[in-house]
Design a protein around this ligand. Structure first.
Ligand code: PPE
Length: 306
């Protein structure tokens, strides 16, 4: 089923439209010039019905992204909050992925967006394991991309910008064409930054390391991981990481809303650790899935019932 031709409902600028009718004009400014921002949010089945994971944080980041990009949001946080919940309900989902997108319309042409109106849409649909069947259990093979992640003054990475993903697509397509599951991007100084749609962590001698989020998105799964690792007694350090440190790490894993917590078992044809998902990754994965599925009372506040 294509993303265009499906049953369901999409929220566009405050109205619920049948899925097939949620269209934009060919002169849409964001389609031509790429100024826009979005979120990716997951809903999970819990013992008390479907619930959205860390909805407040995702909506807040959407507004922060719009603020960074200078996009005037025509809605309040509460409107987007409610649209996300209703998108899960109306589309009859027990679990799924929610996509709010902020974009400029077709009111004008030319690079200067003055005069183009900000539009907002929210869709939701079922979405399984992001990096393929078995990826969460067996882990994935990753290749360092020949493309660098954006310099901090080229693309501002606190914003989840539409245009960041051109760079992500170049890296991801290259890695997959060469038979890997996913890419890993270095920053313009050559240090580990992130995946095309994931943050990265490594474990060495019982300590968890992550890159400073300069050229990377401040992931909400990353923030979740930090809390869970801290509660499990692990020390987490943020510092520059080189690609060869990943080669000799005990464990490497990706985090992201879509990717959840995905073990990385190979980098550039070098086996990572034992070549199997490691014990720290597995323990954190288990705790993460208990939280998102409402089986962990300690973090019930991370879930918003729909
Ligand atoms: N870095 C990037 C570049 C990124 O796109 C994501 C999410 C993350 C880190 C992790 O952020 P968070 O989801 O808040 O933990 N990528 C989204 C898009 C995936 C897609 O293909 O679309 C996602 O996971 O929803």
């Amino acid at each position: 089923m294509s993303m265009e031709n499906r049953d369901g409902w999409i929220w566009m600028d405050g109205q619920w439209l049948p899925w097939r009718e949620a269209k934009v004009h060919a002169m849409t400014h964001t389609l031509h010039y790429g100024l826009g921002c979005f979120e990716g949010i997951r809903a999970y089945p819990t013992p008390t019905g479907p619930a959205i994971f860390r909805l407040g944080e995702h909506v807040e980041r959407l507004f922060e992204s719009a603020h960074i990009l200078g996009l005037a949001m025509p809605f309040e946080r509460a409107d987007i909050h409610e649209a996300c919940r209703e998108a899960v309900r109306r589309n009859g989902l027990d679990s799924g992925y929610i996509r709010p997108l902020v974009f400029l319309g077709a009111e004008k042409a030319g690079v200067d967006p003055l005069g183009a109106a900000t539009h907002v849409m929210v869709a939701a649909w079922p979405w399984g394991a992001y990096l393929g069947d078995g990826a969460l259990e067996r882990g994935i093979r990753v290749k360092v991309a020949s493309f660098a992640r954006h310099h901090v003054n080229v693309q501002m990475c606190r914003a989840k910008s539409v245009s960041t993903y051109t760079n992500s697509i170049l890296a991801c397509r290259e890695a997959r064409a060469e038979g890997y599951d996913e890419a890993l991007l270095l920053d313009t100084d050559g240090f580990v930054a992130e995946g095309p749609g994931e943050n990265v962590f490594m474990v060495k001698r019982g300590v968890i390391y992550e890159p400073e989020v300069t050229s990377a998105l401040d992931g909400i799964t990353r923030r979740t991981l930090q809390v869970l690792a801290d509660e499990a007694g692990y020390e987490i350090r943020a510092r520059r990481i080189t690609r060869d440190e990943l080669y000799i790490a005990d464990e490497v894993f990706f985090t992201g809303t879509a990717a959840e917590i995905t073990p990385v078992v190979e980098v550039d044809r070098r086996r990572v650790g034992s070549g199997q998902p490691g014990p720290v990754t597995r323990a954190l994965q288990q705790r993460f899935f208990a939280c998102v599925r409402g089986q962990d009372a300690a973090h019930a506040d991370w879930l918003t019932p729909v």
